[in-house]
Design a protein around this ligand. Structure first.
Ligand SMILES: *[C@@H]1O[C@H](CO)[C@@H](O)[C@H](O)[C@H]1NC(C)=O
Ligand SMILES: *[C@@H]1O[C@H](CO)[C@@H](O)[C@H](O)[C@H]1NC(C)=O
Ligand SMILES: *[C@@H]1O[C@H](CO)[C@@H](O)[C@H](O)[C@H]1NC(C)=O
Ligand SMILES: *[C@@H]1O[C@H](CO)[C@@H](O)[C@H](O)[C@H]1NC(C)=O
Ligand SMILES: *[C@@H]1O[C@H](CO)[C@@H](O)[C@H](O)[C@H]1NC(C)=O
Ligand SMILES: *[C@@H]1O[C@H](CO)[C@@H](O)[C@H](O)[C@H]1NC(C)=O
Length: 490
């Protein structure tokens, strides 16, 4: 009896020792620690590797971790082998390991969160077998290609700030139930998402040289297409988005195609894409409804939305191209006048020839008409400022609002405070923009924006800008006076 009892006790002791080695949480400090828990095969509790002084850790026989696996702040660590690992029930975090070059987790199929961040020398990640992951984040590594993420679904995916990453392919990803952000990787990086159908949150594609998402049907929150270098952006089967679409600062973008898009839940904002000169018939061929607004600023020559029937709030087009606003207006008859703005910027040198009637549309005619009328005025105004500053005084309305370099004043002070001090200063006009306050009519006045240089004696030239609001002189047709003057040295 006694012997049996002792044997039982001993067995009990061994069993308890086993529990201690393979559960409860462990901080790895050496290769020996690593091989010891590796022998457990299954570990319950968190495994952390932090600030260890070894170069290599091999967890070859560790198959499952019920807990988190955290490798962080290890300056000397170069490689971590996890050749047997199939499952991490919690998070797998590799963070701030300065010299870490590679990680192999070839058999890992399931992890709740995979976060690989700030390992600046990491250029090898073998994670080919992950089929289940909720949150995946890969940022600030030296990885050059990412083709090994094989999961079909995730909650969120962020791939950012990997300066060498030129190719991102997610062959199996069908759905992101929260957000998808691919941004600020190598400027030549190409993104391919061949089977992605749904993003149930926000999508951000930034700094990409090409984007391929041929199956994407739905983006629930906003779509951000920002600072990409792609020439063409195409979403051939996207049907709707419940939020905004932003297409901003894509410097090479020439063509956009949202071939099946029917509804935009909120706004369509297209801005600062210098080569996007047309919103073509095939850009938004099926788009019927926009829940908020269209705001399009750029060098547009033509704009077409063939099926658009509803924009809830407002439409604004501001073009520095040859857009014909009055022709464009006829496409949007469903909009009231007070929800419609279309304007043209024209930037012409003061001595430039703006009088080529054959290329003018109705609204640019108004602008150019204004330009030719203001041209003489501006010419004289600056000539006078250079030679006899006091002469410009009579061009100001008696109640003109005047501000020179932030000093507000009335016409009565202009002479003593400014004009009398301008002797010897020459004004050179480089460009002026002229804009009728009312699109179709210059009689309500014009905004003139002037950029140029001041030359004064030994001083090298100094840039200035000046905004003048000119109003027709009611008693003398075709004469203007200055209602508002805001001048700044730059
Ligand atoms: C990164 O790890 C190093 C040790 O390798 C540590 O000194 C440093 O504070 C860590 N940086 C951050 C941001 O945690
Ligand atoms: C056109 O004018 C708008 C404001 O009126 C401005 O925001 C935009 O930058 C201008 N575009 C160009 C190309 O000058
Ligand atoms: C064209 O401009 C003139 C003003 O110059 C305006 O009276 C006319 O209504 C405009 N035409 C259209 C179709 O907007
Ligand atoms: C006027 O514009 C048309 C069309 O852009 C162009 O063919 C023509 O050469 C221009 N004429 C002048 C005098 O600049
Ligand atoms: C410039 O000065 C002349 C007088 O020398 C004056 O008739 C003219 O109105 C002035 N023009 C402007 C734009 O200041
Ligand atoms: C420019 O010349 C004036 C006198 O004419 C002198 O007082 C001033 O110091 C000179 N400025 C520079 C930058 O040389």
């Amino acid at each position: 009896m006694i012997i049996i009892s002792i044997a039982y006790c001993m067995f009990g002791v061994i069993f308890v020792t086993g529990q201690n080695a393979c559960s409860g949480g462990i901080a790895i400090n050496s290769e020996r620690d690593a091989s010891r828990i590796s022998g457990c095969q299954r570990y319950s509790g968190d495994v952390t590797v932090s600030q260890v002084n070894v170069e290599k850790l091999d967890f070859g026989d560790l198959y499952e971790i019920y807990g988190n696996f955290i490798v962080s702040n290890n300056f000397n660590l170069k490689s971590v082998l996890l050749n047997g690992l199939t499952k991490v029930s919690g998070s797998m975090i590799l963070k701030n390991n300065t010299q870490l070059i590679g990680i192999a987790i070839p058999k890992l199929t399931s992890v709740t969160k995979l976060s690989v961040t700030n390992n600046p020398n990491l250029n090898y990640l073998n994670a080919d077998s992950i089929t289940s992951a909720d949150i995946v984040e890969i940022s600030q590594t030296s990885i050059q290609e990412l083709r090994s993420l094989m999961f079909k679904k995730c909650k969120s995916l962020e791939i950012s700030g990997n300066m060498n990453l030129k190719s991102i392919e997610l062959f199996n990803l069908v759905e992101a139930s929260q957000y998808l952000s691919i941004m600020d990787n190598n400027r030549q990086s190409k993104l391919s998402l061949p089977v992605l159908v749904t993003i149930n949150g926000k999508m951000t594609f930034k700094n990409l040289a090409s984007i391929s998402a041929p199956s994407l049907q739905k983006v629930v929150e906003s779509m951000n297409l920002i600072e990409n270098t792609a020439q063409e952006i195409e979403f051939p089967v996207l049907q709707n988005t419940r939020n905004n679409i932003f297409i901003i600062s894509n410097k090479n973008l020439e063509s956009i195609k949202f071939t099946k898009l029917r509804d935009i839940g909120s706004g369509l904002i297209i801005q600062n894409n210098p080569k996007l000169t047309t919103i073509a018939k095939d850009s938004f061929p099926e788009l019927q409804s926009i829940g908020d607004k269209i705001l399009a600023v750029g060098a547009f020559n033509s704009v077409e939305f063939p099926k658009l029937k509803n924009v809830d709030k407002a439409i604004t087009f501001q073009s520095s191209g040859k857009l014909d606003c009055s022709e464009l207006r006829t496409q949007f008859e469903f909009m009231d006048d007070n929800r419609w703005i279309c304007g043209i910027n024209s930037t012409k040198d003061i001595v430039g020839n703006n009088n080529n009637d054959s290329e003018k549309t109705n609204s640019t005619k108004v602008i150019n008409n204004a330009n030719s009328k203001t041209q003489d005025f501006i010419d004289l105004y600056y000539k006078n400022l250079s030679r006899k500053p006091q002469n410009v005084l009579k061009q100001y309305a008696d109640d003109a609002r005047i501000s020179w370099n932030g000093n507000g004043m009335q016409k009565t002070n202009l002479e003593t405070q400014i004009l009398s001090k301008l002797g010897g200063i020459r004004f050179e006009v480089m460009s002026h923009d002229c804009h009728a306050i009312n699109l179709h009519d210059i009689s309500n006045g014009m905004v003139v924006v002037v950029n140029g240089y001041l030359h004064s004696g030994n001083l090298s030239k100094q840039p200035f800008s000046q905004v003048l609001i000119l109003v027709n002189n009611p008693s003398k047709k075709n004469e203007f006076y200055i209602q508002d003057d805001c001048f700044r040295y730059v």
